[in-house]
Design a protein around this ligand. Structure first.
Ligand SMILES: Cc1cc2nc3c(=O)[nH]c(=O)nc-3n(C[C@H](O)[C@H](O)[C@H](O)COP(=O)(O)O)c2cc1C
Length: 213
């Protein structure tokens, strides 16, 4: 049996830069089609809190994490009613330059969701794959559904749109997140984790520190 303390050695002054570094390292072992998911927790009237997995779509021009959804989903309605949210990323296989493997959790704490402007939606919609575009038209999110009926609807939609551009539905939208804190946790096998937290100051600067796990 062994035990050690993980140590986050070098970290840049800007948390977004740190996040990009870790993401890049996580993607290294997966040259094709690397996708990063994130867990999004929102305040929900009925359940108190509700979380779900969504796809990380990158950073906006002003450097905020964003994801894409539809206005008919619960996650959209939750954020519209209360923009407070928390996000976690889990990256289980990140190698440093020396080849040592660690897992990382990156958490956006006290984040405020801001909907992206309509003017940015066409470009995002154009990059969606066919299944995602069809889903946007035929799926009543969260409602009971009959597979055979949905399949018939899907197949008909596919047939009618063969070789045609699929129009962006009005429900298609995206949210970015402005966090108060970024929390980075690193741990390896038989290690006690290390954490680095960035806290947004009233000056707009980030203060960073190691915090206990
Ligand atoms: C790998 C994965 C990626 C997903 N990506 C998204 C996404 O980007 N946007 C989204 O609205 N739902 C996404 N979902 C579906 C959500 O987890 C969720 O089921 C759906 O949004 C309805 O959740 P709600 O009732 O909390 O709104 C994804 C699910 C999985 C498993």
């Amino acid at each position: 049996m062994s035990s050690a303390l993980a140590k986050i050695e070098d970290f840049p002054p800007d948390p977004v830069e740190f996040f990009k570094e870790i993401l890049q390292a996580a993607a290294k072992g997966h040259p094709e089609g690397f996708m990063q998911e994130m867990n999004l927790a929102t305040v929900d009237d009925e359940h108190g809190v509700l979380n779900r997995t969504v796809l990380y779509r990158g950073l906006t021009q002003d450097n905020f994490v964003f994801y894409i959804t539809h206005r008919y989903t619960r996650n959209f309605k939750n954020l519209q009613a209360n923009p407070k949210a928390c996000i976690t990323f889990y990256m289980p296989d990140v190698k440093d330059n020396a080849g040592n493997q660690s897992s990382w959790q990156v958490r956006l704490i006290g984040a405020t969701a801001v909907e992206l402007p309509e003017s940015e939606m066409d470009a995002l919609w154009a990059k969606e794959n066919l299944a995602a575009q069809i889903r946007g038209h035929i799926c009543p999110c969260g409602e009971p559904i009959n597979y055979d009926e949905l399949k018939a609807k899907h197949d008909q939609f596919l047939e009618e749109h063969k070789g045609k551009l699929i129009e962006r539905p009005a429900s298609y939208t995206a949210w970015k997140f402005q966090p108060q804190r970024w929390d980075f946790l690193k741990v390896g096998i038989d290690q006690i984790a290390d954490r680095v937290q960035y806290r947004l100051q009233s000056s707009g600067n980030w203060e960073s520190m190691h915090v206990s796990t």
